[in-house]
Design a protein around this ligand. Structure first.
Ligand code: SF4
Length: 171
């Protein structure tokens, strides 16, 4: 990984239990264009806000945390920062950690290269994708790992292989 590569983030949660299955290192990237009414994190919308951090420093924190089941890329919109996150995800998976990502884009858009070709590349390095914009009218606190019922929890490898969305089966 390039020593100099940086990614602009809103923040991190080192031991999250609400951003996917198990204990996770969650990275909240900075910048989002979706403007979902009722967004839980409006301060993460501006592309110039937050702070630029070294990707290597994020990796060092992940690599040294022995409690983690995986990492979660969320935001903001992490697929707007796809180019910065691909190698980090590869490293996490090589270490045996799983990768979850939350996106306001749909699986079909990401796999077709929206918002950038790098997004489709990052998608290949994700195990579970929670997709689609947050919809306030479909919000429920009963939902596990998602904010509104339109969002799908997707097995990315199975979906890419099938050419259509395969929802994840999680215990
Ligand atoms: S995608 Fe997420 S961060 Fe972006 S506006 Fe929607 S709820 Fe907020």
């Amino acid at each position: 990984m390039s020593e100099n590569k940086t990614v602009r983030i809103y923040g991190t949660a080192d031991d999250s239990i609400v951003d996917g299955s198990g204990i996770r290192f969650a990275i909240f990237t900075q910048g989002c264009k979706h403007a979902c009414p009722g967004c839980h994190n409006p301060k993460a919308h501006s592309f110039s806000g937050g702070v630029a951090v070294s990707v290597e420093s994020l990796w060092q924190r992940i690599d040294s945390n022995r409690l983690l089941a995986g990492i979660t890329l969320t935001g903001g919109e992490p697929f707007e920062r796809a180019a910065e996150l691909i190698e980090l995800s590869r490293r996490a998976r090589a270490k045996g950690l799983n990768v979850w990502a939350y996106s306001g884009y749909l699986f079909e858009q990401l796999s077709a290269g929206t918002p950038s070709p790098a997004a489709a590349e990052l998608l290949k390095e994700v195990d579970v994708l929670v997709d689609g914009p947050f919809k306030q009218e479909l919000q429920s606190y009963e939902l596990r790992w998602r904010g509104s019922s339109n969002q799908r929890i997707i097995d990315v490898a199975a979906s890419l292989a099938a050419g259509e969305v395969v929802e994840a089966t999680l215990s």
